[in-house]
Design a protein. Structure first.
Length: 201
């Protein structure tokens, strides 16, 4: 086991247990809906990024540069978050505590801290907010719901998702403005046959 591994249950195991008990007593249909969003909800952020690119075609080169950088920012957040996850090597709470979980517990070696889902969602939400405020207002609450759903289904402690949210948000906040430096490249593309990809007309 990694020497940096620590016991997450001592941080907020009680809160995690209370949430899983609530999930156990919740109607199956609602649990299924939450689990579905938890598993597949990241597709919403991909769709929002696609919309952001489409809308940016009607705006200036800086806006388009930020829109094109959205996937890069999200991938960077995921990679850094996953590195942190491997360093801490925190066991999943469903492996440490005897609790009901909506979904089957991930296998051994699938570490818990920080949450990749939360980091990806937060990075996408903040990057979208900095790129297109209207879309960001949809993405931010969706990111918070994604983080909460990871606790609800039993996959993460609360501190896992909080750390994931912070990691993703900070990376997006730092990287997204830098994308504006690629605006001259967007201008050059607009002068080529690829113009329809970066400009509406």
């Amino acid at each position: 086991m990694n020497h940096l591994a620590f016991g997450g249950a001592s941080i907020d195991g009680g809160a995690y247990t209370r949430i899983t008990v609530l999930a156990r007593d919740t109607p199956h249909g609602l649990d299924t809906l939450i689990a579905y969003f938890s598993d597949y909800g990241l597709a919403l952020f991909a769709a929002l990024m696609l919309v952001a690119w489409w809308r940016a075609r009607h705006r200036g080169p800086d806006a388009m540069a930020r829109a094109l950088a959205l996937p890069v920012v999200v991938i960077a957040a995921y990679l850094l978050n996953d590195l942190v996850k491997s360093l801490f090597a925190e066991q999943r709470p469903c492996r440490t505590l005897s609790v009901f979980t909506v979904e089957a517990c991930p296998g051994p070696g699938d570490w818990s801290f920080p949450s990749n889902h939360a980091a990806i969602a937060a990075a996408a939400a903040v990057a979208l907010l900095l790129c297109d405020r209207q879309l960001g207002r949809i993405a931010v609450p969706a990111a918070l719901l994604m983080a909460a759903s990871r606790i609800w289904i039993g996959a993460h402690y609360p501190h896992d998702v909080v750390a994931g949210l912070l990691t993703g948000a900070l990376i997006a906040y730092g990287l997204t403005p830098l994308a504006g430096r690629a605006a001259p490249a967007v201008d050059r593309i607009r002068a080529t046959r690829l113009r329809p990809l970066v400009a509406a007309r």
